[in-house]
Design a binder for this molecule. Structure first.
Ligand SMILES: [Zn+2]
Length: 162
């Protein structure tokens, strides 16, 4: 199971080792990621698919916790009928969304669905480079999608409906 925490800290209920504590203090990992890692560690006994999954990092985007998972492991982390997501949501008391690591295009297709994407253009403005993500009119929350793209890829993107 991939996690930002080391294996010793995954198994520990309360304290962190010196290495992980240093990462937490430096802001390289967050309290939420520590909590999420330990919850997943316990869940993997019942949901074996988590063992081959895990996550790279997690970020709050609005009221949703975005869990960024290794490429190809979204299904393993969602669980049958969303069972793992339900467990995480009730343990963390917030909405959870699983997104795979990938290129900007991969991430956009993952969030909005392959058929909704018209194209992605790079644009240069006064504040540097950003991306214009052109999508068909869909039931989307523009700022949420932009927030997710930023959190997963680190790129500034503007979603436009056509
Ligand atoms: Zn550790």
């Amino acid at each position: 199971m991939q996690s930002p925490l080391c294996e010793i800290c995954l198994k520990n209920e309360d304290i962190l080792c010196a290495g992980c504590q240093r990462k937490l203090t430096a802001g390289m990992i967050t309290h939420t990621e520590v909590e999420l890692s330990r919850i997943l560690w316990k869940l993997q006994e019942r949901y074996k698919s988590i063992q081959a999954g895990g996550f790279a990092y997690a970020k709050d985007v609005g009221k949703t916790l975005l869990v960024v998972v290794p490429k190809g492991s979204a299904g393993k982390m969602i669980g049958k009928g969303g069972a793992i997501i339900s467990e995480l949501e009730s343990a963390l008391h917030k909405k959870v969304k699983i997104v795979e690591e990938g290129t900007l295009e991969d991430v956009v297709k993952d969030i909005i669905g392959r058929s909704e994407l018209i194209g992605i253009n790079k644009v240069f403005g006064a504040e540097g480079e950003r991306y214009r993500v052109r999508v068909r009119r869909a039931q989307l929350n523009k700022s949420e999608v932009e927030g997710i793209i930023r959190a997963v890829t680190g790129k500034k993107a503007e979603v436009v409906f056509e």
